[in-house]
Design a protein around this ligand. Sequence first.
Ligand SMILES: Cc1cc2nc3c(=O)[nH]c(=O)nc-3n(C[C@H](O)[C@H](O)[C@H](O)COP(=O)(O)O)c2cc1C
Ligand SMILES: [Fe+2]
Ligand SMILES: [Fe+2]
Length: 410
Amino acid sequence: MKAIKLSDGIHWIGANISTNDLFEGIWPIPDGVTLNSYLVQGEKTAVIDLVRDWGGAPTYVLSQMESVGIKPKDLDYVILNHLEPDHTGWLDMIHIIAENAKILTTEKGAEMAKAFYNLKEEDIDVVKSGDTLDLGNGKNLVFEEIPHVHWPETMVTYETSSNTLFSCDAFGSFGALKGSIFDDEVPEADFDYYEEETLRYYANIVGPFSTHVLKAIDKLGSLEIDMIAPSHGLIWRGKPERIIEQYVAYANYSKDYAEPEITFIWGSMYGNTERMVRAVLKGIAKEEVPVHIFHVPEDDVSYILGQAWKSAGLVFGMPTYEYKMFPPMRYVIDLLAQKQARYKKVLRFGSFGWSGGAEREFSDKIERLKWDLLESFDFKGAPTQEDLEKGIELGQKIAKQVNEIPRKFE
Ligand SMILES: Cc1cc2nc3c(=O)[nH]c(=O)nc-3n(C[C@H](O)[C@H](O)[C@H](O)COP(=O)(O)O)c2cc1C
Ligand SMILES: [Fe+2]
Ligand SMILES: [Fe+2]
């Protein structure tokens, strides 16, 4: 496998990972993910971010290095923008092979490198915002810390001769690349796939750090950027502003801004709650609001988080189970809370058999989420005709409400 040229002396080396493993041990990636690593060659050579030993990635990267005449033992610098093991898992090995390479990372990154990989103080050069590294031959790197996007030690690396931003997880995405690594070689029709996978990545990984994302984007605004080269997903050289705009919108979804859409999540043991699902959907359909329907536990929470993150409205249908919520729904709601999906218009309903309990647990859980609860209503056993009519009414009501959410952000 050959390295792919980004510009003179700068190459992508990386791997499209296809695996049944879960990303971070929790998020399914049926369409894969890329681990992007980069080589910058001046008189000295630096590798920016590594891979982990996953899907054969190190083998690809080694052969890609060799395709541009670099043996790992010749590396002068290993730059670690971020210490999460998807980018550092291979550090153990590279540290042994590239015996002369200096490892560059932030102060917090250095602490992690020592803790995770048993590195010594003398193996590492600590860098901070504004520090530069002259590789010779006109290649010059500048470092900028972007803490908490999404780990506290995170930084980006900027190459000044090509105006390339190596942004690590910022501007990253799930999903293996189809055909090309560059945005300007992707057919427009494929962008739906990339956007969905970027949104899902954002909601799963970066969402709770949205304030830091906006700070980072603000900070990087002073750079002239011709190319964004993240550690996952497409390399943006045609329209880098496109991925920046996506990330700005996603970060703003954590505030009082959302798409006029509803994410509708339901679970039912014996079909009673399910009958109400159909009634509520009937009501929503009257307002022609797009609805993303998920059935728990069958549908994975990773996808629910993606759609819920951008939707103005959330609807939950779940029965009472042992005096509490139907358990798979509790998991969904706990993750929505952990990822800080806030400022939503919300409706909940469900069936119970004797004294209920789901309603109470739900109300307690959502107290701190700034969710605007239209109603949380329970019915005993099968819904009556009257219950179903109420469901239709409430469906229409929440659909009307989501249409009133602000569409613009500053
Ligand atoms: C395992 C199990 C636990 C239940 N626990 C409760 C409960 O604590 N309180 C209650 O009122 N009903 C309880 N029920 C009754 C259900 O809430 C009731 O059957 C309801 O109609 C189920 O809705 P569904 O048909 O949408 O699954 C339980 C039912 C099952 C199967
Ligand atoms: Fe990460
Ligand atoms: Fe990552």
